[in-house]
Design a protein around this ligand. Sequence first.
Ligand SMILES: [Zn+2]
Length: 572
Amino acid sequence: MRVLKIAVAVLMLAVAGLAQTASEQNLKLDQVIDRVVQQEAAFMDSLRDYRPVVETYIQEMRADKELGMVPQRDEYFLAKADFSQGIREHVFAGAGADTKHHHLAFVSKTFSSPFAMKYVDTGFLQGIIVDTGAFDQSHYQFELLRREFLGDLRCLVFDVTPRKGSGQGRFMGRIWVEDQDYHIVRFSGVRVNAPRFHYYFHFDSWRLSMGPGVWLPAYVYTEENDREYGAFSHAHFKAQTRLWGYDLRSSHRQDELTTVLVESPNAIADHAEQTQDRGPLEALHAWQRLSEDNVVDRMERAGLLAPRGEVEKVLETVVNNILVTNNLDIQPEVRCRVLLTAPLESFTMAHTIVISRGLIDTLPDEASLAMVLAHELGHVVLGHAIDTRWAFSDRMIFSDFEAFSRLDFRRTPAEEQAADQKAVELLQKSPYAGKLNEGGLFLRALSARSKDLPNLVTAHLGNRLALGNQVVRMQTVAQSAPALNLSQPDQIAALPLGARLKLDPWTDRVEMMKSKPAAATSAREKMPFEVTPFSPFLTRRPSSASPASAGATAQATPAAVPTTAPAETESH
Ligand SMILES: [Zn+2]
């Protein structure tokens, strides 16, 4: 009976589509709900094809007289979700695991934090799925509330409540359904009827269009205020979960498991440029660049590094501003790349500077960015070399999960100090001289917060910026900055996470946010280094093979979205 009902609904929808109305008006409410249910089942099936990177960053908060709530502790985990093992069969074998909560099994392995599994246990990844297998009218009651626009999508808004006796861990809350194909694009609420030793958190979950008919989880904001944690204590926390790296599978899917070697395309380009034997120094440079290229290529394939794009050009412009004013001509040229993760770090591999998404997000202005890049340029100018063992590409053969343990770009304390000193020299002659108050304030804000945010200041590949409550980078700039006043609304020392960069979950590209940051009217709104709720501008992406700018479709203004974009492929 049920199958027949859906078939009728599909047919009616097809007719509606032909008539260019594509509206739910042609369907009875019941049929619309069945269509939503069917689309969600198809979504669950499609998830198996993906192995995105999942990052969750959690900040536990405490009350503060002046600032409202401030972070007092943090947790971080990074993992590759594995939806391919079969959503219904694969069960996580940890304490309190329950066969009804298969989604807990999705994390195959965590990169770093010893606390990670504890948090996965309690279910941050839950936030990407409405229900693991019982999302239908026999388990849930749907109440249509209204229509509402999310971005440029017209959505139907439903309140969804589990029916009596429908089982543990059911979803209760609100769903937003786009009214063309009935994909759930946002849902917000909580799971109810927790099994023993399970704690469910409130979450606000967003899916983005990755191409026609493809909507995939991109952001989950989790927040609990005064949540009772069994017998332990009360929890105040907020967390951001981000997913990306969806399209890595297309060309590199097997690498994760079989670690097939792919030769760096840049190595071929180098070969073509060369017309005669290289002298010893040029050969060394080429050898070092080969190491950089191998590492960059491997990290890109692991979903840890953004492909080159406009943000990298912005970074290189700042680098050039410093080099030109210092009369430095560095060969091979200095390049910049963005590490896609939140923890604040930057490091250098020979002539390639890498800076993390979280660090770019939180830096208050261009001069403070210049301060970070100048330190890395210090390493470049002083000839602090890359470990050339990476020139042998067999050393790039490891699973994605091992990337953080295999790769290491930490410098010795002596090299760090020398780079700091060189950076101060470089900055003095640069256009950023005399503009470093914000950079110094950033470092001061970092030292004020770093003890409470140890995971945010833990570098995974390079040197840390702070240790305990002490900033260990560019201390002279910090010392000459004005006094830090966290309760002064217009002194912006550091921005919240997510303030600058937008990450395209499909292509891994990053770009600068188009929206101007709103000015904080009170000190409570400054939220330096903090996580905040998500509010992406939802729109339909024309095609998954769309040009770089289509990455903007995730959040940008509609005017910026090319609706009939030519099918360009990336070239560089
Ligand atoms: Zn350094």
